[in-house]
Ligand binder design. Structure first.
Ligand code: BV8
Length: 232
């Protein structure tokens, strides 16, 4: 690993699967129970706010019933022990990276435990349901929505992510199907700037062919083994 200094890691729903959180596209996943266009777009929220708020209230409440797994813990260890730059980007809206001890997690698609005011744009840490339209703590309007990036909305901190990808020596994608952009294009962005690329996923993804190396298996096994290779 002598030639590797800066690392960018991207995680997806697969890293939380062994914690009991449904992925999106696996059998029995979230998109089998809800059509994307009915619950994960601004149009869906405008059309049926109660359905969308209920979908996210249920997922926020479920966070109390799950725990981080060995993969989350291994990435927290890497963050503690890696002596050079490391950026952990997650597409996930759960808080399992943080609860495993990761201290600097970039939630490019927002977070269940955050609320966004549609009236004044303020964000707040949030634990409670939003279905009963609580007033915004800043402006008082009953306009709070999940602080989550829906399809058609702009992911958070894209400049920071692209700057890190341009400097990365290694890009690692963990537990994602490579189905959604711009996240699915990060491997190409990193490789175009000379990074080595590694995929750790249960099965081959839509983007596996872009990676220098793709390992198949459960994140709970592959991620601790990879972290041991890096810092052991
Ligand atoms: C944007 C938050 C402009 C919400 C999410 C046509 C072509 C190309 C693009 C588009 C297009 N039409 C529209 C677009 C853009 C669109 C898009 O990509 N659509 C797709 C469907 C084609 N994207 C957007 O709208 C994005 N915004 O483009 O803005 C822009 C662009 C660039 C720069 C600035 C602005 C916004 C998209 C964000 C949507 N919000 N999540 C919520 O959580 O409810 S997306 C959601 O799905 C995830 O966050 C993630 O990003 C995405 C994919 O999910 P995964 O995490 O990968 O999960 P999945 O179930 O799919 O896969 C799980 C994987 O884990 C599997 O591979 C499985 O094998 C593996 N696995 C399972 N178990 C395990 C495991 N691996 C290891 N161990 C295990 N145990």
């Amino acid at each position: 690993m002598a030639d590797i200094r800066s690392i960018v890691i991207l995680t997806g729903a697969g890293i939380s699967a062994e914690s009991g959180i449904d992925t999106f596209r696996d059998a029995g996943g979230l998109w089998e129970k809800h059509r994307v266009e009915d619950v994960a777009t601004p149009e869906a929220f405008a059309r049926n706010p109660a359905l969308v708020q209920g979908f996210y209230d249920a997922r926020r409440a479920a966070l109390a019933t799950v725990e981080p797994n060995a993969a989350h813990e291994a990435l927290a260890r890497l963050e503690r022990e890696w002596p050079h730059e490391l950026l952990l980007v997650t597409q996930n809206v759960d808080d399992l990276h943080e609860r495993a001890g990761a201290s600097s997690v970039l939630h490019m698609h927002g977070a269940l435990r955050s609320a966004l005011c549609g009236a004044c744009g303020q964000r707040f840490p949030w634990e409670e349901p939003l279905s009963d339209a609580p007033p915004c703590s800043a402006c008082g309007a009953p306009a709070l929505r999940p602080d989550v990036v829906w399809f058609g909305e702009v992911p958070y901190q894209m400049d920071r992510i692209f700057a890190a990808l341009a400097k990365a020596d290694l890009f690692v994608s963990i537990g994602t199907s490579g189905a959604v952009y711009p996240a699915a294009g990060f491997v190409n962005e990193a490789a175009a700037h000379g990074a080595r690329t590694l995929e750790l996923n249960l099965e081959r993804s839509e983007g596996s062919h872009w990676f220098d190396e793709s390992r198949q298996g459960r994140a709970g096994e592959l991620v601790p083994a990879w972290v041991e290779e890096m810092v052991g």
